[in-house]
Design a protein around this ligand. Sequence first.
Ligand code: UDP
Length: 313
Amino acid sequence: MRVVITGGAGFIGSHLCDRFLNDGHQVVCIDNLLTGKLENIQHLFGQDGFLFVKQDITNYIHIPGPVDAILHFASPASPIDYANFPIQTLKVGSLGTHKVLGLAKDKGATVLLASTSEVYGDPLIHPQPETYWGNVNTTGPRSCYDEAKRFAEAMVTAYRHTHGLDTRIVRIFNTYGPRMRLADGRVVPAFLSQVLRGEPLTVFGDGSQTRSFCYVDDLIEGIVRLLHSGHNDPVNIGNPAEMTIKEFAETILRVFDSDLKIVYQPLPKDDPKVRRPDISKAKALLNWEPKVSLEDGLRKTAKYFQTQLSANP
Ligand code: UDP
């Protein structure tokens, strides 16, 4: 296959580039490097079958030659990133998705859209099955991301129905691993960088809000299975092992044998109170479930952050 990966220099996109190249496919990686980093794909330059195109996909995308699949992963994705770049986030989710779909129609390619658990907003149904329509504040601080992804799901669906395009939608829940940016503001890099620097762990609110954390290798396996599955409706991929953020901070202190303090800071507006994927659909359709334990995943991620910190203290 020849696969186009938008956002290919980002955290998840770069792992997808690795996986598709390792599986013997050709990869065209597109990224405008707004939140992605060349460092994430540096090891791929010069490798057979790898091409990097620096482009903002909200503009017309021209890719010469055949394309079999497009994995659309371009978007700022951490709450701090999309708060810093709300218009870019809305544009890449809407105009960018439109350009991706146009390219796919032209090439007869399958499109896999990276959607998100944020389409469920601050959920009133728990855990969240794909059939839940969500509870999103249309003008809140997360709306630029949530609504862009909801629009993207609608656009992908319209292209499937109108043009017969072959499409997939993965709803990604909190994922972590090497190549996250230390300062992207998300809880895993925040807590791990605090442990590595010997600083107190910053829990927002009273820490009673819940999340669950999926290691990136597990997510990538789920995405590959979904692409090959032929299933068009949205599928949740995430780890159902739910915990409060306070419990998560305590787990990190235990795993890294640390006695650092936990300090409490104000809870950001519209921070979802609970989140946990119902993964019955992924289990039944893709025979997929996460395999990597939180402890193993955290150790691998900390090793990466340690290298980052040594390079740029
Ligand atoms: N959080 C925290 N301390 C931090 C960063 C985040 O307590 O230093 C909390 C945040 O308020 C949220 C959870 O951790 O409840 C997960 O936040 P993240 O930014 O990773 O992603 P979200 O799941 O909110 O999109």
